[in-house]
Ligand binder design. Structure first.
Ligand code: CUA
Length: 314
């Protein structure tokens, strides 16, 4: 069974989130019980006060009630503490031989780098994190500007990405699927449009994906795509983006070597279709005001050629 675009802490798809879920349920149930008891006690007190005949409570009875309520509160908070502590310990212990990914938050996109002892196998991509099912993945979390927070609710809890400080979090996806994540710390105007996808696939599919992503960009398939490539390398695009195998090699914005293989553009904001890509290239500020990408006034022939070229970058 696969899960698609799942984004819910109540539907656990990994061992981390599966451990957090009972803690959440316990806190939720206790909160409901406490709420019901407090409301019932308040109503009872009001009703009792209204009855003129009711005798005032004895001092001994009052003391007993106060001590009882205090003891119950301390016991409840202590139970929270123990459960919280043991859950925290269980999910922070990093398992043996994880896949290591450096994840850097930017306003407003995610830079994803797969570490490998062989430098040629170092992989840099954006906004879409592929992971093998059943293997722990350790994230080294960094920020390129302000504080962000990495959160894929179906797989793990939140962890902040703080400039100048490296945090880490790990998870393991136990079910193949596409899990949607979201920046969970207000990081500026387009915080809400800072999403990502975790795509969990069987290990052999992951290896295939990895090898294909290491390849340089596909050369233009025809003369229109060739024109698109020359538009790309001779316009503002080249100032910020990388396309391996061309002169475009800037690391300011998301790498586009395999842009056509990704499901979304603009960090989960839009589906990756030709029309959306055209709208994004022409006027990103309309879709994501404040984003660092400027508008691009291309002629329609140049824009079409550029789109054809980008669509070929599988
Ligand atoms: Cu990044 Cu909110």
């Amino acid at each position: 069974m696969t899960r698609d675009w799942l984004q819910s802490a109540l539907e656990a798809a990994g061992i981390q989130s599966a451990r957090l879920l009972p803690l959440w349920r316990f806190m939720w149930i206790v909160s409901i019980v406490v709420f019901v008891l407090v409301v019932a006690a308040a109503l009872w007190a009001v009703a009792r006060h209204r009855r003129d005949a009711a005798p005032p409570p004895s001092e001994r009875g009052m003391t007993r009630a106060i001590l009882g309520a205090t003891a119950l509160t301390i016991a409840t908070l202590f139970a929270f503490l123990v459960l919280d502590f043991s859950t925290g310990r269980a999910i922070t212990r990093v398992p043996h031989n994880p896949l290591v990914i450096r994840l850097t938050g930017h306003q407003w996109w995610w830079e994803v780098e797969y570490d490998d002892s062989i430098p040629q196998r170092h992989l840099r991509t954006a906004n879409e994190i592929h992971v093998p099912v059943g293997r722990p993945v350790l994230f080294q979390l960094e920020s390129g500007d302000v504080i962000h927070s990495f959160w894929v609710p179906s797989l793990a809890g939140k962890k902040d990405q703080i400039p100048g400080k490296e945090n880490s979090v790990w998870f393991q996806a136990d079910t193949a699927g596409i899990y949607r994540g979201q920046c969970a710390e207000f990081c500026g105007y387009q915080h809400a449009k800072m999403a990502l996808l975790v795509i969990a696939v069987p290990p052999d599919s992951f290896s295939k994906w990895y090898d294909s992503q290491l390849q340089p960009a596909a050369p233009p398939a025809d003369s229109i795509a060739a024109r698109g490539q020359s538009v790309f390398v001779s316009s503002a695009c080249v100032m910020c983006h990388t396309i391996e195998g061309t002169q475009a090699g800037s690391n300011v914005g998301p790498p586009l070597t395999h842009i056509a293989s990704r499901r979304t553009i603009a960090a989960g904001t839009l589906e990756n279709t030709r029309g959306n890509l055209a709208g994004w290239i022409v006027d990103p500020q309309r879709i994501k005001p404040g984003a660092n990408m400027p508008p691009n006034g291309l002629s329609s022939a140049d824009l079409n050629a550029l789109l054809t070229y980008l669509e070929g970058l599988r």
